[in-house]
Design a protein around this ligand. Structure first.
Ligand code: NAD
Ligand code: TYD
Length: 362
């Protein structure tokens, strides 16, 4: 049996990863450490396959005593680190929590892993593995036509979120070069799919379209992201953990780069098909341009050559089918939406980010 500590496993990608592991790997036990911030929810962990192989622990990755205890109590051999503050817009309004969780939290996990695996030698080091889940946003922004990001692109983060993730990546890499801690890192582009908290572009647009609320497109809507279906990301992470070279970084992306406005229009078309009798048909009438995000990165694009040639990974889901499945999932899970989106924090965020934002700006 492998004993895996997943941090942030009640969030969007973490919960999809826990489900993916329990479903596809019978020899894996999961300890899921999550602080249940506004972005994490036990609703994401309903109906897990083989729940007897899953232990949920409500706690903070910055709590060293707790992490030390979990590593020993469950003889953890693998840490897959998702836990983070993740929303760029929130990092602009309130960067402090990003510094604490993303940098201090990652440092705490690294120190705990070094203590258990390298100082106390609780298990043979060949069996230990620390995988850090990171983002392409550490590389900054691309102009139109500039080559895609690779693992060798210099770091140039431009938001407090991206800067805090960049710092965490540097720490993880330094524990490999300085102490020989067995690590891998993935830097992935924007994910979408079931269970994404509805402050992010795609679920926000689906739910606003469902409810006849404005669809707020920042700036001119021509910013480009490289969208990847969440299950493809889970598959990439697991492949890197199993077959990736220790100490290495792998860039992961979806090979899908439509501008935001096109994504929003596609969501509206899918809504038109699925809800032809909606009073908001055609849903594109709800699109509203609003003032841009400060420092808004213009374009992300990932070159997946390394993970493809070394590990045989490539995305399986196309954006067209993935978006359709995602829209359907949100429409078919009103209880999840109710539980997650009705919390006061979410309503407060929507109020704070959108209500007084200048409209009609392109
Ligand atoms: P999310 O915001 O949906 O979930 C984050 C989870 O971490 C939540 O369950 C939250 O409760 C938990 N958490 C936050 N602070 C914690 C703490 N101090 N201790 C324990 N748990 C804590 O995030 P996500 O979109 O699932 O992203 C997961 C990881 O993947 C992050 O590290 C993010 O940087 C990275 N990533 C995300 C994307 C994306 O498009 N969403 C793309 C690339 C990389
Ligand atoms: P987001 O989902 O916040 O991810 P990230 O900022 O990490 O890429 O945003 C994706 C893109 O959508 C980004 O270019 C900002 C844009 N966006 C909007 O135009 N309107 C919105 O209301 C949101 C939340 C995002």
């Amino acid at each position: 049996m492998k004993n895996i500590l997943v941090t942030g496993g009640a969030g969007f990608i973490g919960s999809n990863f826990v489900r993916y592991l329990l479903h596809s790997e019978p020899d894996v036990r999961v300890v899921n450490l999550d602080a249940l911030t506004y972005a994490g929810s036990q609703e994401n962990l309903q109906d897990l396959p083989s729940p007897e192989r899953h232990n949920f622990v409500h706690g903070d990755i910055c709590d060293r005593a707790l992490v030390d205890d979990l590593l020993r109590r469950y003889t953890i051999d693998t840490i897959v680190h998702f836990a983070a503050e993740t929303h760029v817009d929130r990092s602009i309004v309130d960067p402090g929590t990003f510094i604490h969780t993303n940098i201090v939290g990652t440092f705490t996990l690294l120190e705990a892993a070094r203590g258990a695996w390298m100082v106390e030698k609780l298990l043979p080091l060949e069996q230990a593995h620390f995988h850090h889940v990171s983002t392409d946003e550490v590389y900054g922004t691309l102009a139109p036509g500039e080559p895609s990001f690779t693992e060798n692109t210099p770091y140039a983060p431009r938001s407090p979120y991206a800067a805090s993730k960049a710092a965490s990546d540097h720490l993880v890499r330094s524990y490999s070069t300085t102490y020989g801690l067995p690590i891998t890192i993935t830097n992935c582009s924007n994910n979408y799919g079931p269970n994404q908290f509805p402050e992010k572009l795609i679920p926000l647009m689906v739910l606003h379209a469902r409810d006849g609320k404005p669809l707020p497109v920042y700036g001119d809507g021509q910013q480009v992201r490289d969208w990847l279906y969440v299950e493809d990301h889970c598959d990439a992470i697991w492949r890197v953990i199993q077959k990736g070279r220790t100490g290495e970084t792998y860039a992961v992306g979806g090979d899908n780069q439509p501008p935001n406005l096109e994504i929003v229009n596609t969501i509206c078309h899918i809504m038109d098909e699925l809800r032809p009798n909606s009073p908001y048909y055609p849903h594109s009438q709800l699109i509203q341009f609003v003032a841009d995000r400060p420092g808004h990165d213009r374009r992300y694009s990932i070159d997946i050559n390394k993970i493809h040639t070394e590990l045989g990974w490539q995305p399986r889901q196309s954006l067209e089918t993935g978006l359709r499945e995602t829209v359907r999932w949100y429409l078919e899970h009103p209880d999840w939406v109710q539980a997650v989106a009705q919390q006061p924090d979410y309503q407060g965020w929507i109020q704070k980010n959108y209500t007084n934002r200048p409209k009609g700006v392109q």
